[in-house]
Design a protein around this ligand. Structure first.
Ligand code: THG
Length: 367
């Protein structure tokens, strides 16, 4: 692949200087911003993530902030997940759907206060949808993208590193909860969450100017823990079944097709956009769904378009993410498979760019 030409449209992050100094080797573009995808190699990064602790520049997880008396009402209009029992200090993984029930994003909602929320978005222009809804319904709420940049600390030694910087109280944060901590006299929200299954935290860095000082502090403090710069790892996230919006699902898919039906309370999420459409799909059930898939043979090339899944001459689905897993000694993959062929153990054929291979529908993701 050729290089990416820098420009003002392609935003740097508060941590980009640190990422470059750490020797980033590849980026992708996400929310018009740079997202590192590789430091040493995807396999070496994977091993290190599972054994040690990494600091990830995930500033691309932009925040859509809702502020004002109608913030809670707007948030419930955006998602079919029932938010009535959600308290300040909690984070929820929430499907966001349009009026047809199509997925627009799969963010983490962060409830700061009754009248203040962050929507920590995946790769789509959700801000425009949210502003459109707020204005169209004449809601009393301000919607914008504040200067907040998540920095993730992931891996088995994440608790130890974070406790050194923020104190032992970080150990008490429960999964998908956050609490407030100080850094250089500023208040930062820190959640136990992140786009890996290795455990860890996300620091919502409030203000670009704090970015590099915090980055440097984490590396200086964690030297003996073998802390390194990392990034969401393709192998690890497929093993863990973490979905990637734009890759594994698009606005053509319902949450039920994505296996996100457990995050939909369509009966009780009164006022949510797309509720009628989702009540229909919930009743009838999806006719295709995301499945873990094992692909035989040598390490697959990386995916830049969907690979057809075939049962004989019939297309019964597609593979949208795949990677060689050193720990499971096979290619792990995520695909969308038609109902007639989605049972675990079903053997199909995937048409990869370098030829057809055996693809087996699995019972569950790998970790
Ligand atoms: N953290 C934050 N923002 C994000 C992401 C994140 N925005 C973009 C992207 N990631 C959104 N997508 C996801 C996908 C999966 C998860 C979080 C965000 C996730 N899922 C867990 C799982 O599936 O095991 C837990 C879900 C649950 O039980 O609630 O963590 O990573 N800030």
């Amino acid at each position: 692949m050729a290089l990416i030409s820098p420009s003002r449209r392609l935003r740097r992050t508060p941590f980009s200087d640190g990422v470059e100094a750490a020797g980033v080797k590849a980026y992708t573009i996400y929310n018009r911003m740079l997202l590192p995808t590789m430091f040493e190699s995807v396999e070496a990064d994977y091993r290190h993530l599972k054994d040690h602790v990494q600091v990830w520049d995930v500033a691309v997880e932009r925040q859509v902030e809702l502020r004002g008396p109608d913030a809670g009402r707007l948030m419930q209009m955006l998602t079919p997940r029932d938010l009535r029992r959600m308290l300040p200090g909690q984070c929820y993984y929430v499907p966001i759907v349009d009026e047809t029930g199509g997925m627009l994003n799969d963010p983490v909602a962060v409830k700061l206060a009754e009248d203040r929320w962050w929507i920590s978005i995946a790769d789509s222009d959700l801000l425009l949808w949210v502003k459109g809804i707020a204005n169209g319904y004449r809601l009393d709420v301000l919607v914008d993208e504040p200067d907040i940049s998540p920095l993730a600390v992931q891996g088995p030694k994440a608790d130890d590193l974070m406790a050194r910087v923020f104190g032992d109280r970080v150990r008490d944060i429960r999964f998908f909860r956050f609490d407030m901590f100080q850094f250089e006299g500023r208040d930062l929200a820190i959640a136990r969450s992140g786009y890996s299954k290795q455990g860890g935290f996300e620091i919502y860095v409030d203000g670009t100017e704090l970015g590099m000082p915090l980055w440097e502090r984490l590396f200086a403090t964690g030297e003996d823990l073998n802390v390194r710069a990392g990034c969401p790892n393709a192998i690890e996230r497929i093993e863990g079944g973490l979905l990637s919006y734009g890759n594994d699902m698009t606005d053509d898919n319902t949450p039920h097709e994505c296996g996100l039906g457990r995050f939909c309370d369509t009966q009780t999420a009164i006022g949510c956009i797309g509720r009628d459409a989702l009540l229909r799909v919930a009743k009838e059930g999806p006719v295709q769904q995301i499945r873990p898939i094992e692909i035989a043979g040598a390490p697959t090339p990386s995916i830049d378009r969907a690979w057809p899944l075939m049962a004989g001459k019939t297309r019964v689905g597609q593979v949208t993410s795949a990677a060689w897993s050193p720990d499971f000694n096979t290619n792990v993959a995520i695909g969308m498979v038609r109902m007639t062929h989605w049972d675990p153990g079903t053997v199909l054929e995937v048409i990869a760019p370098d030829g057809a291979r055996r693809a087996t529908v699995c019972e569950a993701f790998w970790l």
